[in-house]
Write a protein that binds this ligand. Structure first.
Ligand SMILES: NC(=O)c1ccc[n+]([C@@H]2O[C@H](COP(=O)([O-])OP(=O)(O)OC[C@H]3O[C@@H](n4cnc5c(N)ncnc54)[C@H](O)[C@@H]3O)[C@@H](O)[C@H]2O)c1
Length: 596
C-alpha cells in the first residue's frame, strides 16, 4: 500500500519553495514551511499570499478554499521544526555544499521513516544523498516554475533510491494532480538539459546586441508559440538560479561550452539584477516579486524611432517565386492593400500560383475571416506576370524563389538592372547569408532579409534581417511594411538561423541526442517540454511536422557557420533521414503515422 503523507516540510520559500508549499496545501496536505530567518520567512509568506490572492482574483480559487489552504500551512525558522514530517522537499539555493549541509542536518532531525527530497535542477541527487545515513530514502522531486501551474514533476531516482520510495513519491505526485516522469540522475534531467543551452544562447544574442530583448522574446513566442520568451523566462527563473544551474551543467555535463554561463549573467548576479524577485533583471518590474513589466531606458519608443529613421513610402510590391511562401506572401500583401506584381517563370506556374491564392482567399471567406468583397479587392490588386521587366516600377521586391544561393544571386543581379533606384530588395531566405544577395547588386544598402514563417497568411512573425551594408532607411521601410501587414517584425543580424531557427534547432537536435543516449523515451521528452515548460509541441512532435530532412539541413548550416561542436547534427537524425523516415509527410519519422 502506498505510504500516507500526512504532513510535509518545505525548506526555503523562494521562487520555488513558496509555490511548492502552495501545491501541497491546495491538495489537502499539511505543510510546515521553513526558512533561514524571520525576514526570509516573511518574504516567503507574502509570496504565497500574493499567489493565492491572485488565484482568487482570477476566479481560479474560492476565498473559502484559499482560507482552508492557508490554514494547512505553518511557518518556522530553522530545520528543527521538521522532526515529525513524513517528507521534506528542500528548495534552497542551487549550491551543492549548502544542500549537503542541510541534508546532513535533516537526517539528524527527521524521523527515520521520513523521505528527504531535493528540488535541485542540476546538482547530483546522489552527491546530496550521501551526506545522509539514509541515501536510499533520498530522491529528487523537481517541480517546474510556477509550481502551482506547471503540470510536470521530474522524479529523480539515484542508484540507491529504494524502489518503494520511488513508487510512494510517484503516487504522491498523482495525488497532487501532477504528471511525473521518473528518470536517473543526470545533469539537468530532461527539461533543463534541453532548456538551458537555449536560454544561454539567447542571452549571448542579447549580449552581442544581435537583437533587442523584446525582439528575441517576441521571436520565440510568435515564431514557436512558446508561452514566454527566453529572457523573460530567465527573469522568472531568477538570474542567480539560472547562473548556478548553467555552471553546474557545464561542469557535470561534459563541459559543453553552450552551458558555460554567458559573462553577462554573472555580471547581472553581481549587480543584484536577479529578475522578477529583485524587481530588475533583463526587464524592469513594478516592484520586487511582481510579474508586471514597466518601461525602462531600453524600452523601444515606436513613435520616436519611426519619425527619426525615414521609412520610404511603398505602394507596389513585386513578389518573385511560385512556391508555398510566395503564394502566402502575395496574399498577405494584397490583403493589406498593396498593389502586387507576381512574377513566375512561366504561364503555367503563374496560373497555378493565381489558383492557389484564390483558393486560400476562398478558404478565408468560408471561415468568415475575409468578406467576398475583400477577397475580390485583394485579387484585383495582383498582376500576374512571367517577366521580371514588369518590376521596373515597383517600390519593393520580395524574392521567394528556391533556396539556392546561385539562383538567388542571379535574380538579385537582374533586379539590380531592372528596378528603379531606392527600391527595397528583400529575400525570404531562411538559411542563406543575406549579404551574399546584397553584394550581387550595386545597391547593397537597399537589401534586407524578410523571413516569413509558414504559413505566411497565419504566422504573425517576420524576422527582418539587417546586413552590415543595410541602410537605416531600408531597414525602417522594411519595419514599416511588416507593421502594415499586421505582423510583428523583429530585427536581427545576418547570421545563420537568424533568431528563431538558431535558438530552436539546436534544442531539437539536443532532444535527439538525449533519445539516442537512451536517457528518456520520446514520449517522456515530449511530455517534459509540454508540461514542464508549456511548449505547444514536444521536440519529436515538432521534428516530425517540420520534416527531419529540413531540420537536418538547418542544423548542418548552423554547425557549418558557427563551428560550435555542440551543434553537430545528432547521428540518429542523420540515420533517420538516410533511411527515408522524414516525418509526417512520408508517414514515418520519430513516430509511425501509417495507421493513425
Ligand atoms: N527558479 C526556478 O525556476 C527553479 C525551477 C525548478 C527548480 N529550481 C530549484 O529550486 C531550488 C530553489 O531555487 P529558487 O529559484 O527557489 O531559489 P531562491 O533563491 O528564489 O530561494 C531560495 C530560498 O532558500 C532560502 N534559504 C537559504 N538557505 C536556507 C537554509 N539554510 N534554510 C532554509 N532556507 C534557506 C532563502 O532564504 C531563499 O528564500 C534550487 O535548487 C533550484 O535549482 C528552481
Amino acid at each position: 500500500m502506498a505510504r500516507e503523507f500526512r504532513s510535509v516540510g518545505v525548506v526555503g520559500l523562494g521562487t520555488m519553495g513558496a509555490g511548492i508549499v502552495e501545491v501541497f496545501a491546495r491538495n489537502g496536505i499539511d505543510v510546515l514551511a521553513v526558512e533561514i530567518s524571520d525576514a526570509a520567512l516573511e518574504r516567503g509568506r507574502s509570496t504565497l499570499t500574493g499567489s493565492t490572492d491572485r488565484a482568487v482574483a482570477k476566479g481560479k480559487l474560492s476565498p473559502e478554499d484559499r482560507d482552508a489552504l492557508q490554514s494547512r500551512i505553518s511557518f518556522a525558522v530553522g530545520l528543527d521544526a521538521l522532526h515529525d514530517v513524513d517528507l521534506v522537499v528542500e528548495a534552497v539555493p542551487e549550491k551543492l555544499e549548502l544542500k549537503r549541509q542541510i541534508f546532513a542536518e535533516l537526517d539528524r532531525i527527521c524521523k527515520p521513516t521520513a523521505i528527504l527530497a531535493t528540488n535541485t535542477s542540476s546538482l547530483s541527487v546522489t552527491e546530496i544523498s550521501v551526506a545522509t545515513h539514509r541515501p536510499n530514502q533520498v530522491i529528487g522531486i523537481h517541480f517546474f516554475n510556477p509550481a502551482p501551474v506547471m503540470k510536470l514533476v521530474e522524479i529523480i531516482r539515484t542508484v540507491v533510491t529504494a524502489p518503494e520510495v520511488v513508487a510512494d513519491v510517484e503516487a504522491l505526485c498523482t495525488r497532487l494532480g501532477k504528471v511525473d516522469v521518473t528518470i536517473s540522475d543526470r545533469a539537468g534531467f530532461i527539461a533543463n538539459a534541453l532548456l538551458f543551452g537555449y536560454l544561454n544562447h539567447a542571452v549571448s544574442m542579447y549580449e552581442a546586441k544581435y537583437a533587442t530583448r523584446e525582439d528575441i522574446d517576441a521571436a520565440m513566442k510568435l515564431g514557436c508559440g512558446l508561452p514566454m520568451g527566453p529572457l523573460a523566462l530567465m527573469d522568472l527563473i531568477g538570474v542567480d538560479t539560472a547562473y548556478e544551474i548553467l555552471d553546474t551543467m557545464y561542469r557535470r555535463g561534459g563541459r559543453d561550452r553552450r552551458h558555460a554561463p554567458v559573462p553577462l549573467i554573472k555580471q547581472m548576479v553581481t549587480a543584484g539584477l536577479l529578475g522578477r524577485k529583485s524587481g530588475r533583471g533583463f526587464y524592469t518590474y513594478e516592484k520586487p516579486g511582481s510579474p508586471v513589466v514597466v518601461p525602462d531606458d531600453q524600452t523601444p519608443n515606436a513613435a520616436e524611432s519611426a519619425a527619426a529613421d525615414g521609412a520610404r513610402g511603398i505602394a507596389t510590391v513585386g513578389v518573385v517565386g511560385s512556391g508555398t511562401m510566395a503564394i502566402g506572401i502575395i496574399e498577405v500583401f494584397a490583403k493589406a492593400g498593396y498593389e502586387v506584381v507576381s512574377v513566375t517563370r512561366g504561364g503555367e506556374k503563374s496560373a497555378r500560383v493565381c489558383e492557389a491564392v484564390k483558393k486560400s482567399l476562398n478558404k478565408g471567406v468560408v471561415r468568415g475571416k475575409v468578406t467576398e468583397a475583400d477577397r475580390d479587392a485583394a485579387l484585383g490588386r495582383v498582376t500576374w506576370s512571367t517577366n521580371l521587366d514588369h518590376l521596373a516600377d515597383v517600390d519593393m521586391v520580395v524574392e521567394a524563389v528556391v533556396e539556392e544561393l546561385t539562383v538567388k544571386q542571379a535574380l538579385f543581379a537582374s533586379l539590380d538592372e531592372i528596378c528603379k533606384p531606392g527600391v527595397v530588395l528583400a529575400t525570404t531566405t531562411s538559411s542563406l547569408p543575406v549579404i551574399e544577395c546584397a553584394m550581387s547588386t550595386h545597391r547593397p544598402a537597399d537589401v534586407v532579409g524578410l523571413h516569413f514563417f509558414n504559413p505566411a497568411q497565419v504566422m504573425p512573425l517576420v524576422e527582418i534581417v539587417r546586413t552590415i551594408r543595410t541602410s537605416p532607411e531600408a531597414l525602417a521601410t522594411a519595419r514599416a511594411v511588416v507593421a502594415a501587414l499586421g505582423k510583428t517584425g523583429v530585427v536581427c543580424g545576418d547570421r545563420s538561423g537568424f533568431v528563431v531557427n538558431a535558438l530552436l534547432f539546436p534544442y531539437l537536435n539536443d532532444a535527439v541526442k538525449m533519445l539516442e543516449a537512451s536517457y528518456a523515451t520520446a514520449d517522456d521528452i515530449d511530455h517534459a517540454m509540454k508540461l514542464g515548460c508549456g511548449y505547444p509541441m514536444g521536440p519529436f512532435d515538432l521534428l516530425d511536422v517540420v520534416g527531419l530532412d529540413v531540420s537536418l539541413a538547418i542544423q548542418r548550416e548552423l554547425y557549418l557557420e558557427l563551428r560550435e561542436p555542440g551543434f553537430a547534427p545528432a547521428p540518429l537524425l542523420e540515420h533517420l533521414v538516410t533511411a527515408g523516415y522524414l516525418g509526417r509527410k512520408v508517414g514515418r519519422g520519430f513516430r509511425d503515422y501509417t495507421d493513425r
